[in-house]
Design a protein around this ligand. Structure first.
Ligand code: ADP
Ligand code: MG
Length: 445
């Protein structure tokens, strides 16, 4: 009888937890949900609490740190007055464990063969980063270790990172090269934890000779991942192994990146890639045309290079589109056709509205767009407002008077002062990163 009652309670625990999860699902991202909550199970229900099993203590720590408040909110929302208590699932018997298959890692460095030093066009904006990458490829773990490359979207960071890999893969067959993005690194780590293969995972990391880690800005706010990277980093560095990383911003500006990681990232060389100048954009366009076996008249090349300024991937997109146009219509491309075919790509920068700018700036600074238009003189708001004015002028093309009116009736000289100030500060790395990120946000619209 007692047992029956007990099992009845357990079924209730399972279904109640399922109900809670159903609602929780809509409150957090799908990936987080799948990663952290799929393996949890409601196992028993007591008067004032529900016991939920999760794979291990580490898991519980993570859930409690990141999701406890949303879980509690969900429970309350269901009108329940119970506490959710997590406990580690009992270990499976060792026999079963032995039978489970080992994690199979993809062999080879997972590189795109197209990304080589030869196919990378250099100019003032990227030659320093390029030279540093070549130096690292020629003698890994000698001069620049770690090498940290940062810059905006589509400026060739992944290309350069993989060029190092391709070069070494070709010339130094004995080296164990490992290219991965920080995000994939995290997924593999989670996978290893789920399958209880963390030791294997760590061993594998320790065997790497050259670690090429892409998009480390993904580490922002991910303590567990930072911890693991920190250990991997230390053991590789101590063993004189080369580490190269890329990010869309400098180490200091990766939000909540632990101090000790920031300082380690800066031990070696930190270089940035800037948007290419017109000359380089022309050269890139021509290079890509050659690769695509595409012929375009000189004025069309210039039109593309002049108008697509801040993202090389978009130049590639424009060329691909023209190529498709040719193959469909079998017509030659002239300037008018190019303008027509590419008009939305080209216009995207111009078509940005002041509201979109306000939203993007507000997001970047974590404030509301309303406060941007207010009179407050708080330092952080003032800077954000100056940037918004600068962009209103340069991207939307608003008049000085229009800007003044829009920002709560400021006079003409205040507006000029703001715009000039940001122009002066453009070379300041912090400001240029902020501007780049805002511009990237605007592009995504
Ligand atoms: P990021 O990683 O910085 O976002 P990618 O390395 O993915 O940018 O570059 C986007 C595309 O632009 C790639 O196809 C890359 O080959 C190309 N690209 C970027 N910069 C250059 C360059 N200087 N020369 C040739 N191709 C480039
Ligand atoms: Mg990239």
């Amino acid at each position: 009888m007692r047992e029956e009652l007990q099992s009845n309670y357990d079924t209730r625990a399972a279904s109640l937890w399922k109900n809670i999860l159903e609602i929780l699902k809509s409150k957090i991202s799908e990936t987080s949900f799948r990663t952290w909550f799929s393996p949890t199970k409601g196992v028993s229900l007591l008067e004032d609490r529900i016991i939920v099993e999760a794979p291990n203590p580490f898991w519980i720590e993570w859930i409690e740190e990141h999701y406890l408040s949303v879980i509690n909110e969900t429970v309350k929302g269901l009108g329940l007055n119970i506490e959710v208590v997590f406990r580690p699932a009992p270990k499976k018997d060792p026999e079963k464990k032995k039978k489970s298959s080992p994690i199979i890692y993809t062999p080879g460095p997972r590189l795109n063969r197209r990304y080589t030093f030869e196919s990378f066009v250099t100019g003032k904006s990227n030659e320093f980063a390029y030279a540093a990458c070549v130096a690292v490829a020629k003698s890994p773990a000698r001069q620049y270790n770690p090498l940290f490359i940062y810059g905006g979207v589509g400026l060739g960071k992944t290309h350069l990172l993989q060029a190092i890999g391709n070069y070494l893969y070709e010339k130094r067959k004995n080296l164990n090269i490992y290219y991965t993005s920080a995000e994939t690194f995290m997924n593999e780590l989670i996978n290893a934890i789920q399958k209880r293969k963390t030791v294997d995972f760590k061993l594998k990391m320790r065997k790497i000779d050259v670690l090429l880690l892409d998009d480390v800005q993904f580490l922002a706010d991910k303590e567990m991942l930072q911890e693991e990277i920190f250990h991997t980093f230390n053991s590789l560095y101590d063993a004189d192994k080369q580490i190269v990383m890329t990010s869309d911003r400098p180490p200091k500006h990766i939000y909540s990146l632990e101090e000790r990681l920031v300082s380690r990232f800066q031990w070696g060389l930190v270089v940035d890639i800037k948007p290419p100048e017109l000359e380089t954009r022309i050269a890139i366009t021509k290079r890509k045309m050659m690769e695509e076996r595409l012929y375009l008249p000189e004025d069309v090349v210039l039109f593309i290079a002049k108008n697509i300024r801040s993202n090389v991937r978009e130049i590639e997109g424009a060329l691909r589109r023209l190529k498709a146009y040719i193959s469909i219509t079998e017509a030659d491309i002239n300037l008018d056709i190019a303008k027509d075919v590419l008009h939305d790509l080209i216009k995207s920068e111009e078509r940005v509205t002041i509201e979109e700018i306000m939203d993007a700036v507000a997001k970047e600074f974590g404030i509301t767009s309303k406060i941007l238009r207010s009179k407050t003189r708080k330092k952080e708001v003032a800077l954000a407002r100056q940037i918004a004015m600068y962009l209103a002028r340069n991207i939307v093309g608003m008049s000085l008077k229009g800007i003044g009116t829009f920002f709560g009736g400021r006079d003409h000289s205040t507006v000029i002062h703001s715009i000039e100030k940001i122009e002066e500060m453009r070379t300041n790395p912090k400001i240029s990163t902020v501007l780049r990120r805002i511009e990237a946000r605007l592009k995504k619209l």
